[in-house]
Structures are given as C-alpha cells and as structure tokens.
Design a protein around this ligand. Structure first.
Ligand SMILES: [Zn+2]
Length: 197
C-alpha cells in the first residue's frame, strides 16, 4: 500500500542517499513503500534529479579488460540502445557526443575493440560509412545481423577474470558476442583447458 505521508527531513535525506547511490526512483518507491511522486518531490527538494547525461553514465560499467560497457538494452547487432532528450540514439554515438560535441554530418563512430556496446573513449574514433563497411567485412560482421565470434586466448583470460570480479555470464556472453554455452564451457574448464586464468 502506497502512502502519501509527510516526510521528515531525515526521510528525505535517506531517499536522497539511495538516489545518489544509483537506485532508480521506482526502486526507492518500492523499498520505502511510497508513491513515485513523493520520492521525486523528496529528491527535488534535496539533491535534485539526475540529468540525462548522468543517467546515461550510470549505465556504463568499466571493466578490467579496458572496455566501458553500456549495460542497458542492446539492438540486434549488439549496439547499446540509449536515449537522450527523448530521442533514441546508439550508446557509443551518445558517449562520443557527450565527450566531444556533435558528430559531424554523415560520420560514423567506430570501435577499435570490436565490441559494439563499448563506449570507452580510447576505443572510439570517427570514420566514414565506407570505413565502417570495410571494418565490418574484415571482422566478419555485417549490418544485417551479427555473427558469433571466435574467442582469442586473451579474451578467455579476460572473461575468467571478469567472472571472478562479479560480471554475470549473460553479460559476458553479450559483450564477447558468444553463446552462453561458450561462456559456461570455458568457465567450467571444458574448453580452453590450456589457458590458465
Ligand atoms: Zn572497448
């Protein structure tokens, strides 16, 4: 049952703390048994609501393999699906834009790491559509769907390390563009036995 009780300053600060910690308004409302409107008012009167930019970066996770992964939804090709000021935009393009300003007309934001949902600044560069096509052909990708990738020994070591750091199997499968079974097998040591973590 949601209550519309009056909050004390202490309640408001507690809510602000949860919000700053990264919890969504919905989660806070559920946890505190309050309406979303009450939670929003408490946040507005204390720390203020997050900007669209802050909300975006909250969905980015830095991994020890050097990539910064957008952990929100992805499209069929593995690109992060973000939105900004009410418009949908691929996460890597938004990340580039937030750091460097508008993307020049007709240019693509390309990856050096071949991980579509990565938004690490060092892994992104501007290129033409022709560069993008050439790159995708080289990597065995096409714009009409993604191909399963083969893992490298370096990737296997990184995956085992990331798992020990708490990254889920599903996320690893999505980020390395392999099946869940491939991840299960290498973590269980059924494959890649010769590679030590
Ligand atoms: Zn990357």
């Amino acid at each position: 049952m949601q209550k519309t009780k009056k909050l004390t300053q202490e309640d408001k600060e507690r809510i602000a703390g949860l919000y700053k910690y990264g919890l969504s308004i919905k989660k806070i409302a559920q946890a505190c048994d309050l309406s979303k409107g009450t939670v929003i008012r408490a946040i507005k009167s204390t720390v203020g609501l997050r900007t669209a930019e802050e909300r975006f970066w909250l969905k980015v996770e830095k991994w020890s393999d050097g990539c910064e992964n957008f952990i929100g939804a992805t499209d069929k090709d593995g690109y992060g699906r973000a939105s900004y000021r009410g418009k949908p935009i691929p996460a890597h393009r938004l990340a580039w834009q937030l750091r460097h300003g508008e993307i020049p007309e007709g240019m693509c934001v390309l990856h050096t790491c071949n991980r579509p949902n990565c938004v690490a600044d060092e892994h992104l560069y501007l290129g033409t559509r022709a560069d993008n096509q050439k790159y995708m052909v080289e990597q065995g990708r096409s714009s009409s769907g993604r191909k399963r990738r083969r893992l490298t020994p370096e990737a296997v070591v990184a995956i085992r390390k990331l798992k020990s750091e708490g990254v889920s199997r599903g996320t690893l499968a999505a980020c390395y563009e392999v099946s869940r079974k491939t991840i299960d097998d290498l973590l269980a040591g059924r494959t890649w036995r010769n590679i030590e973590a």
